[in-house]
Design a binder for this molecule. Structure first.
Ligand code: ZN
Length: 381
């Protein structure tokens, strides 16, 4: 199959993160086996999803890892002009869920496999295709563990997220938490008989808002980013049942996106100290069954730039660019960097088209992606 056929094939699998990706993974695995490549599948605990790792060429140091996620974001509530899982071509663009983010990159890699095999690679090209990227980079973590133990250190990891083939050397991190408050129910006319969990949540949200303001004015800065400081957000909140009941539970999600030189653990420590030592202590004193907990449920390490490094120079050569950039979105790159693999983000398509109805990739970007992979093959020979 050529690139175009692979894009159609991959988009045709509904791999929204809430669904299994096994049909897609099994299809790719069967193809690789036919081509004489033995893939390793790394499953989640429920065996409903898997990462796929494979190596073309000898497993020696100095290779290139081509990394992509197989899941896509939901289509719920979005107005599409045609079926999101059937590729439609119009005006030099391919429309479909995942065309930009990021099945086209994987399609280009897979369509290039015969060329890789013919090239008699001296250095390896590794494929690292993950699940559950869109819900907090959950899948890639077990694959990174596997790679740390089994893969000779590569010269570069290319995370093929859509950058319009720019070389992005850095991005912010992301920590997503859920705070849960257990208060005590009572009739609203008797405030001393209860603890209002919604009020406690408001107090904690106020504290996060103050931390955000402090980060904006006094915190770590990196002018490469917009905004150049660590940002915070409060997400969904739910609690309470009626205006005349003192609310006994409340929970809310919140996140912060640290610039690469910030210290996320210091931020979490500060919040946890306030949460336990100031807020929880007070309500427990009143009613011991009350509690407040915060759990970080998704964590994305930042990607730190390594200016002047061999990996960066190689990436610029492959992309035919003179300088690196940064991206505003998070990727799996930080996880690869945590095992000391050099990483850049560089892939076809525009992130502006991702996650939206009528997502598309231009044919010109597909071609630019193919050229990039051709240069990868040349360099590994
Ligand atoms: Zn993506």
């Amino acid at each position: 199959m050529n690139t175009r056929e692979w894009i159609e094939k991959l988009v045709g699998f509904n791999t929204i993160s809430s669904e299994s990706n096994l049909e897609l993974i099994d299809y790719i695995a069967a193809y690789l086996k036919e081509e004489g490549i033995e893939p390793t599948l790394i499953y989640n605990d429920e065996k409903t999803k898997a990462n796929l790792f494979a190596t073309v060429g000898p497993n020696v140091p100095g290779g290139i890892v081509l990394s992509g996620h197989t899941d896509v974001v939901p289509i719920e509530g979005q107005k599409w002009s045609s079926d999101p899982f059937t590729v439609r071509e119009a005006e030099g663009k391919l429309f479909g869920r995942g065309t930009a983010d990021m099945k086209s990159f994987i399609a280009i890699v897979l369509a290039s496999l015969p060329k890789m095999k013919d090239a008699n690679l001296k250095l390896p090209i590794h494929f690292a295709f993950s699940y559950d990227e869109e819900v907090g980079c959950l899948g890639v973590q077990s694959m990174v563990k596997h790679m740390a133990d089994h893969v000779a250190p590569p010269r570069l990891v290319v995370v093929g997220e859509p950058t319009s083939m720019q070389v992005a050397a850095a991005h912010k991190g992301q920590h997503v938490s859920k705070t849960k408050i257990v208060g005590r129910e009572a009739h609203s006319s008797r405030p001393d008989d209860g603890v209002n969990a919604v009020v406690v949540a408001a107090q904690l949200i106020q504290f996060i808002t103050e931390m955000a303001e402090e980060a904006r004015i006094l915190g770590a800065r990196d002018e490469a980013f917009d905004p150049p400081y660590t940002s915070f957000n409060i997400g969904p909140i739910s609690g309470g049942s009626a205006f005349n009941i003192i609310s006994n539970t409340c929970e809310f999600d919140w996140e912060f996106r640290p610039v690469p030189n910030d210290d996320p653990s210091a931020i979490l420590d500060k919040y946890n100290r306030y949460l336990h030592d100031v807020v929880e202590v007070k309500i427990k004193e009143k009613f011991p069954e009350c509690s407040v907990e915060n759990e970080v449920w998704a964590y994305l390490p930042p990607l730190k730039a390594d200016p002047g490094s061999d990996g960066e120079a190689l990436a610029l050569k492959l992309a035919n660019k003179n300088e690196t950039t940064v991206v505003a979105f998070g990727t799996e790159g930080g996880h690869f960097q945590s095992i000391d693999f050099p990483v850049v983000v560089c892939g076809p398509g525009d992130i502006a088209q991702a996650h939206k109805p009528d997502e598309f990739i231009s044919l010109e970007q597909v071609e630019a992606g193919e050229k990039f992979i051709e240069r990868v093959i040349e360099v590994m020979c």
